[in-house]
Design a protein around this ligand. Structure first.
Ligand code: MG
Length: 265
């Protein structure tokens, strides 16, 4: 299934997204949050007059207690920034206050001279997970997948010995447009980023250094993953700067395109 979070009659509601005659539309409202437990396919729904997804006022489709990011999970990207291929996953946080809805402007802070897009596959956690047993299937912790732009003040990231400032500004975590459980990153999912329509990044999750089960287990050994938590799984090669007036699009195969303009704050 695919779902979104959208503004409906003055309230945020989760909507079931279906393809109708080749166009995606919101056809039903979910009567409880999809990450609230149980099988997401069993969540009760109520039909609504169909709303084309392109016309809906979308919100970021996640409400995470935390956003955990993986750095350098594609060899070619590690190399392009002059870094060694890591021996174990490199993780860091973005604050939930950095979340941004599809279509909303990413604001470049005045104190940064260089802000970069990073198109990534996002993983949405579906159940509580902490210190999993060795035979526990990490896929069962995953509710679905989305697109994330791990937007970065690259100059500030390089100045600091850790990345909270460079990664953590408000609006630096666009997410969406939907969450889907219909894709299989282990089999390969393409992740592409365009700036003003020009293709800048073209990766595939087949090329992850650490597959998702390794990443989820690694994180869950450290901290309790909670339903709704978001993992940004690392960006392929081709990162680069954007300026005010640019439009960044992150396309995850089977999820859709996350589009945000860039503005100076
Ligand atoms: Mg990243």
């Amino acid at each position: 299934m695919k779902y979104c979070l959208f503004q409906h009659n003055g309230h945020p509601e989760y909507g079931l997204v279906e393809s109708l005659a080749g166009r995606e539309a919101i056809t039903r409202v979910l009567l409880k949050a999809p990450e609230s437990g149980g099988d997401v396919e069993d969540v009760a729904t109520r039909p609504i007059p169909h709303i084309p997804l392109a016309e809906a006022k979308l919100l970021a489709p996640v409400r995470p207690s935390k956003i955990i990011c993986v750095g350098r999970n594609y060899r070619a990207h590690a190399a392009e920034l002059g870094n060694e291929v890591p021996q174990e996953p490199l993780i860091f946080f973005k604050p939930p206050s950095s979340l941004l809805a599809p279509g909303e402007p990413i604001l470049r802070p005045k104190i940064s001279q260089r802000t970069d897009y990073e198109g990534e596959l996002g993983v949405v956690i579906g159940r509580r997970c902490h210190k999993p047993s060795p035979d526990e299937d990490m896929r069962s912790c995953i509710l679905g997948y989305t697109a994330v732009n791990d937007f970065t003040a690259r100059d500030l990231q390089k100045q600091d010995s850790q990345w909270t400032r460079g990664k953590g500004f408000d609006t630096f975590c666009p997410v969406g447009p939907v969450v889907s459980n219909e894709i299989d990153p282990w089999a390969g999912v393409s992740v592409e980023t365009r700036v003003n329509g020009d293709l800048r990044q073209q990766g595939n999750t087949r090329d992850f250094i650490f597959p998702l089960d390794v990443i989820v287990r690694y994180i869950a050994e450290v901290m309790t993953l909670l339903p709704g938590d978001l993992i940004a799984t690392g960006t392929p090669e081709g990162v680069g700067p954007v300026v005010s007036g640019d439009v960044v699009e992150v396309t995850v195969e089977g999820v859709g395109t996350l589009r945000n303009p860039v503005r100076d704050e």
